[in-house]
Design a protein around this ligand. Structure first.
Ligand code: SAM
Length: 285
């Protein structure tokens, strides 16, 4: 049997009693055109291990395998899906393995896979999407060659935002320091079963080459958390928390980074925040 010959997802969900559980952010994507469109954003997967967080009943999983993924390793927290996923594994000729775990606690680089090239494709659970993205962006060494991620639309817009956009903030800066993101397409809430309250969107994220990646993402995370924690205040005020952690003052950090103390966080581009992070690290010692 091939993956495409498996029974329709609706049938699998009904026969295994896989009703969506809100606690796990479960909204299933059943439309084969949409799952194939997402899978194709991975590019050539034939020599790749593709991680998927939250396969659920396996709509996107099937698409990844049917679009030619060399191997899929799916991380799922809800054990109810394991039998349905085992059927997909059999139909795919053993190309799927499932890790029953909380994706936030998994270190992907430590999981054995068949291929050195590793990517990740996922229709992310809303409640942990941002935390997972930050985990993958800051992972050392960088283990992925591409992330294809579906978020709620508003989060996707925050990932790709540039300075001057209303959605610009910490997520855009951390992403820009480690990767180049692109907004691929929007999916209306009605594409899912059950439909969530908001629309979703897919973002494709490629890592920056090693020499372009900002070296101190931890410092950048601390500085941006402080600056955007009180985004309407001037940086002289809002950087106080970060400055305190390095036993220095906001003024000293801003002067070292060449930024006006009266500026607000939302007007400073990622390069400015990287200078601030360097100043913070130098002060911290
Ligand atoms: N991939 C399926 C699809 O596209 O139809 C389901 C996507 S659904 C939005 C999110 C999935 O993530 C669910 O299967 C849920 O059980 C799983 N999940 C939620 N939190 C998780 C976590 N912390 N770790 C791993 N899986 C999680």
């Amino acid at each position: 049997m091939s993956v495409d010959a498996l029974p329709p997802l609706r049938e699998v969900i009904a026969s295994h009693g896989l009703k969506a559980d809100k606690r796990f952010g479960q909204h299933f994507l059943m439309d084969l055109n949409l799952t194939a469109k997402i899978a194709r954003l991975c590019g050539d997967m034939s020599e790749a291990t593709v991680f998927e967080v939250g396969p659920g009943p396996g709509g996107l999983t099937r698409a990844l395998l049917s679009e030619g993924a060399g191997e899929v390793i799916a991380v799922e927290k809800d054990s109810r899906f394991l039998t349905a996923l085992e059927d997909i594994n059999t139909a795919s000729g053993g190309r799927l393995s499932v890790v029953e775990a909380d994706a936030l606690k998994v270190t992907e680089a430590e999981i054995d896979g068949k291929f050195a090239t590793r990517m990740l494709a996922s229709n992310l659970p809303y409640n942990v999407g941002t935390a997972l993205l930050i985990k993958w962006l800051t992972a050392e060494p960088v283990w992925w060659t591409r992330l294809v991620l579906m978020f709620q639309k508003e989060v996707a817009e925050r990932v790709v935002a540039s300075v001057g956009d209303a959605q610009y903030g910490r997520l855009a800066i951390l992403t820009a320091a480690a990767a180049s993101p692109r907004y691929a397409f929007t999916l209306p809430a009605r594409a899912f079963t059950p439909p969530p309250k908001v629309d979703s969107a897919v973002v494709v994220i490629d890592p920056l080459p090693a020499d372009k990646r900002f070296a101190d993402l931890d410092a950048l995370s601390i500085v941006t958390e402080s600056a955007f924690g009180q985004r309407r205040k001037t940086l002289r005020k809002s950087l106080g928390v970060a400055a305190g952690k390095a036993a220095t003052s906001s003024e000293a950090l801003l002067e070292a980074a060449g930024i006006e103390p009266s500026a607000r966080a939302e007007t400073i581009d990622p390069a400015g925040f990287m200078r601030l992070a360097e100043a913070w690290r130098a002060a911290k010692g």
